[in-house]
Structures are given as C-alpha cells and as structure tokens.
Ligand binder design. Structure first.
Ligand code: GDP
Ligand code: MG
Length: 162
C-alpha cells in the first residue's frame, strides 16, 4: 500500500489534514502545541484513491535543545517508512528557520517530496504561500486542511505516484 508521511514543524496543521484524510479522529488536534505524540498511521481516502497516511507528532513537548534531534529522527523514521513525504508549512506564518531545517532534512533524504502551504484560505495566506517557493522544493500546493480546500489538487499530484 502506498504510504504518505505528513511532515513539518508543530502547529502547521498536519493532524488536521491526517484527520481529514482518514475521516476519523485518530490523531489529536489542539490549538496548543503539545498534544499529539509520535507517529500515527491511518487508512486514507481521497476521492477514489486509497493509501496509508502517517502523521508525525511527538515533537511538541521536546525541550529546545532536544527539539532538532527529535524532529530529525522522527521525520527520518516517517520518511523511511513512506513512499512520499507531504511537507507542510503554514501559509499564514510564512517560512520559518524551523521550516528550513525540515526542508534540508528532506533534501538530504532524497525521495519524493510534495510541498504544501496549509491554512491557505483567504488573503492572509498570500505572502506566506509565495515564500514557500524559496524552499527550493518546487511549486507549493495551497491547502486548507480545516476547510477542505486543495484536496482535488492533492489527489491530482498523488494519483500518478500511487
Ligand atoms: P500539527 O501540530 O501540525 O499537527 O497541527 P494541528 O493539526 O494540530 O493544527 C494546529 C492548529 O492549526 C489548530 O488550531 C488547527 O485548527 C489549525 N489549522 C489546521 N489547518 C488549518 C487550516 O487549513 N486553516 C486554518 N486557518 N487553521 C488550520
Ligand atoms: Mg499534530
């Protein structure tokens, strides 16, 4: 079964997207970073596509000095288990230094990376969406996990991979 790992720093909307794809509240979502942990696996459906999805979490409670190491290990573990990585950034916040660390991890790992700028609904997301081009991981896909926007475009990208 094709496996997609959802990766990215805390609070970008990974679990919200995971829940939307899986259709059940398997992963915890909260306004406060610090709720979800480790890796969660779910059976995803997107239109007629069926695949396995991994949600990376467990970074939220790390202390500052252990965060980068834990982030790296967990992300690498998910990417190793997966056929492709869906790298999520927050279009409302724009690109942060932590996003750049993730981009570097994914670049070094090789493999298929789909870049998505989440929270892309509305005007507040426009400049952050454009910043995502600077990661050098190709054209970002605009998503709104919360509102279900960009799901058809995601399925167009995933279909040839599955
Ligand atoms: P994670 O830490 O990456 O798993 O992020 P979560 O899925 O827990 O989401 C973090 C916060 O962002 C929550 O308050 C969500 O409701 C919010 N969020 C997720 N997706 C969207 C979106 O598409 N638009 C907006 N505006 N907020 C979102
Ligand atoms: Mg989460």
């Amino acid at each position: 079964m094709f496996t997609l790992a959802i990766v990215g720093r805390p609070n970008v909307g990974k679990s919200t997207l995971f829940n939307r794809l899986v259709g059940k509240k398997l992963a915890l979502v909260d306004d406060q970073p610090g709720v979800t942990r480790d890796l969660r696996e779910g059976a995803a459906r997107l239109g007629d596509l069926k695949f396995t999805v991994l949600d990376t979490a467990g970074l939220e409670e790390a202390t500052d000095d252990s965060l980068q190491g834990r982030m790296r290990r967990l992300t690498e573990r998910a990417v190793d288990l997966a056929d492709a990585a869906l790298f999520i950034v927050d279009a409302r916040v724009g690109i942060t230094p932590t996003d750049q660390v993730f981009a570097e991890i994914l670049r070094k790992k090789g493999g298929t990376v789909i870049l998505a700028a989440n929270k892309a609904e509305g005007r507040a997301a426009e400049s952050g969406f454009l910043e995502a081009y600077s990661l050098g991981l190709g054209d970002p896909l605009g998503l709104s996990a919360e509102h279900g926007e960009g799901m058809a475009e995601l399925s167009v990208i995933l279909r040839p991979l599955i």
